[in-house]
Design a protein around this ligand. Structure first.
Ligand code: CMP
Length: 141
């Protein structure tokens, strides 16, 4: 079963544009850090106020982010990520994130996140830029 999961990850990782441009070798290293997880329709994956211990990439399906003060949820789909803010700021989750249907996720645990962004400053800057845009322009993913 372990091997099957690894295979899934290698397959799913190609759907995330952030990783698509990386050399094959980097992708397979990152694949060893990611864990595939299926979220069920309506499942709350991330809960506002909780401590963050991982971030997530959407490999298929869609999630909605329930941002406080925003009337409409923000929809994220294949290739997007969420849960990066708590890891970057070491603050608590700032929104609920809920699966809109069956949703294949790739999970990156906090310790692997820290190692990854330490080795790859470009990756860190990218996560930071997206987090910043989310903070400033709540209507944009
Ligand atoms: P985090 O705070 O760890 O957990 C909730 C996540 O929702 C957050 O990280 C972001 O990934 C995401 N999020 C918060 N606000 C927005 C927003 N305005 N637009 C898109 N995603 C958001």
């Amino acid at each position: 079963p372990q091997l099957d999961v690894r295979f899934d990850v290698a397959e799913l990782i190609r759907r995330v544009p952030l990783f698509a441009g990386l050399p094959e070798e980097r992708v397979s290293t990152i694949a060893t850090l990611l864990r595939a997880r299926l979220a069920l329709p309506g499942e709350t994956i991330v809960r506002r106020g909780e401590r963050g211990d991982a971030m997530f990439f959407v490999a298929s399906g869609a999630v909605e982010v329930l941002v406080p003060n925003l009337a409409e949820p923000v929809k994220l789909g294949t290739g997007d990520f969420f849960g990066e803010m708590a890891l970057l700021t070491r603050q608590r989750r700032n929104a609920d994130v809920r699966a809109m249907g069956y949703c294949q996720l790739l999970v990156l645990d906090e310790k692997d996140f820290r190692r990854l962004v330490q080795k790859d400053p470009n990756l860190r800057s990218h996560f930071q830029a997206v987090a910043e845009a989310r903070r400033q322009q709540p209507a944009q993913p």
